[in-house]
Design a protein around this ligand. Sequence first.
Ligand code: FES
Length: 172
Amino acid sequence: MASKKQDIQSIIRKHKGLKKNLIAILLDIQSEHNYLPPESLRYVAAGLDTPLIDIVGVATFYRAFSLTPRGKHTCLVCTGTACHVRGGSRILDEFERKLEVGSGQTTKDGQVTLETVACLGCCAIGPVVVVDGEYHRRASIRNVGQILGKYRKPETPPAKPQKSRPAKSPAS
Ligand code: FES
């Protein structure tokens, strides 16, 4: 795991130990974990010989970084004006209902983080939902389940116990 000191040092070396590569370093760490574990920021501060507060400042400034664990999948629902008037907010409600989380939260199984965005710049194809970077155009309440099903694996039901059959007698 990249949160281990050696792994963080290896990422820093990959970026030549330069402070100007801090964002690239943080992106690499986040790509391993889907968030920035607190200890990783301390290792980065030490590795770049930079005050921890500066590292935390960058990590909290950019929306691309998260300091809390995120789901395996990120589901972004646009609630900007153009998407809102076509049902974007009701679509968000449906995602919240199906995932049992609010916007900005991660499902209990750690599979999905639900977020909203004010506009994705593609209003003509709205309402828009983006999951892991894949755009779902003209989304509707009806296809929320279908969108989620593409990314979430259904839980495997426990195997049914096998009933043992009495052995047939050779005469029958
Ligand atoms: S308002 Fe949703 S893409 Fe612009």
